[in-house]
Design a protein around this ligand. Structure first.
Ligand SMILES: [Zn+2]
Length: 108
């Protein structure tokens, strides 16, 4: 019986201090923001990244919010965060292998 093990996994990218609005404090405070890359895998081989997720801890009241999307409604300027927190190279492993195979196919 064929059983394909696949799904999504998280890879830690980095952590930073960001000024964001805390729903508990109802004010802008610095918060520790931990960014994860979410990627598809088949048998633990990364296929491609599908998005980013953040865990936010308010430095003032300690409110913890987990598994939030990296969205403009939370951060305002997500471009800067997207530049700073890139998907780890290995989340593109399958794409890299296929591209490499394709290139070899052209060249040989
Ligand atoms: Zn707070």
């Amino acid at each position: 019986m064929a059983f394909i093990y696949y799904g999504t996994k998280k890879a830690f990218i980095g952590i930073d201090e960001v000024m964001i609005k805390c729903p508990a404090c109802e004010a802008h405070n610095f918060a520790d923001v931990m960014v994860n890359s979410i990627y598809y895998h088949i048998y633990f081989i990364p296929i491609f990244p599908i998005g980013k997720e953040v865990n936010i801890v308010c430095q003032k009241c300690g409110l913890r919010r987990y598994d939030l999307p990296l969205s403009e409604s939370i951060f305002g300027n997500i471009n800067e965060l997207n530049r700073k927190f890139r998907h780890p190279w290995y989340t593109y492993l399958f794409v890299l292998i296929v591209s490499a195979g394709f290139l070899v196919g052209i060249l040989v």
